[in-house]
Design a protein around this ligand. Structure first.
Ligand SMILES: [Fe+2]
Length: 145
């Protein structure tokens, strides 16, 4: 179980970074697709915030403590933050695509770890995230086409 929890805490830290980063892009996006991307990014950070809570509560359910400070998130996260500066639409989509691919990869890794640990609750949690990231990544590809 310890391996699953460690991976869940890294995942949690990444969701903390992702939440802020999606806000950053929501604020700083510029260009012709401003209105659609501004709105879509809000949808994305709302989901990241919900996932953050779900993952922290999963860690508690397993009998462990979630990381719960920005300092601890930054020490554990594998996603990187962005400076506050104007970003054009196509670059926004590339950034989000990169981070969602990283989250998808991590979700799959945690699902495998949880399967090995016979932790069905975490398997189910990750399965839901995987399906959603796969679908969103398809939509981002379609948007860019
Ligand atoms: Fe807003």
């Amino acid at each position: 179980m310890q391996g699953v929890v460690k991976a869940l805490n890294t995942y949690l830290a990444n969701l903390g970074v992702l939440d802020i980063k999606l806000h950053n892009l929501h604020w700083n996006v510029e260009g012709q697709n401003f209105f659609s991307l501004h709105a879509k990014l809000e949808e994305f950070y709302d989901l990241a915030g919900e996932d953050l809570d779900e993952v922290a509560e999963r860690i508690l359910t397993l009998g462990y403590r979630p990381l719960a400070s920005l300092k601890d998130f930054m020490a554990s996260a594998t996603l990187s933050e962005l400076p506050s500066k104007a970003v054009k639409g196509p670059e926004v989509v590339d950034i989000v695509e990169g981070d969602f691919n990283a989250m998808l990869k991590q979700s799959r890794e945690i699902l495998t770890l949880a399967e090995e640990a016979k932790d069905q609750g975490t398997v189910d949690l990750m399965a839901g995230f995987i399906g959603r990231y796969e679908k969103t990544l398809w939509m981002l590809r379609a948007y860019k086409a």
